[in-house]
Write a protein that binds this ligand. Structure first.
Ligand SMILES: [Zn+2]
Length: 156
């Protein structure tokens, strides 16, 4: 109960729309993207020239041939360059699960406090509930029963 409340309060204090760890990771990706050259094929589709090879990237489909964007939900360096070319907001290309709203939704629920056990009402139970019989115990019981029957037939 305290952990959920603490996480919710921490989340409310975030200055950015992203958690700090995600924000820092995105800053590192931005630095890595400096040497990349985007070649515009369409308003949505790019050929992105990296050091060793070219990648195909589709902004609106949230697809980059390197695969990092699809796996992590964070834009890869190829996406960062293309988004910056259009001066769009990079946060729009981060997966919603990694954003502040998702964290707030996660910790928005509360666990209601429960009063002390001594204040609980007495409840009478008619049926005593037994633990389930395990198959192994049941079979052992059957073999013991069979032995007992055999012994009683033989007159022991
Ligand atoms: Zn990529």
């Amino acid at each position: 109960m305290r952990i959920i409340q603490k996480k919710h309060e921490q989340c409310l204090q975030w200055a950015t729309a992203l958690p700090l760890a995600i924000y820092k990771r995105l800053e590192v990706i931005k630095k890595e993207a400096r040497h990349i050259i985007p070649i515009l094929a369409d308003e949505d589709e790019y050929e992105v020239k990296d050091i060793s090879r070219h990648y195909i990237m589709k902004l609106n489909s949230h697809y980059c041939e390197c695969g990092l964007w699809q796996i992590s939900g964070l834009p890869c360096k190829h996406v960062v360059v293309c988004v910056n070319t259009w001066r769009k907001d990079l946060n729009d290309y981060v997966h919603p699960y990694l954003k502040k709203e998702a964290y707030l939704r996660t910790y928005s629920f509360m666990i209601h406090p429960i009063s002390n056990e001594s204040t609980w009402p007495e409840v009478e139970v008619d049926n005593e509930v037994q633990p389930p019989v395990k198959k192994k115990d049941f079979l052992e019981g059957l073999s013991l029963l069979e032995e007992w029957r055999q012994m009683s037939k033989e007159g022991m």
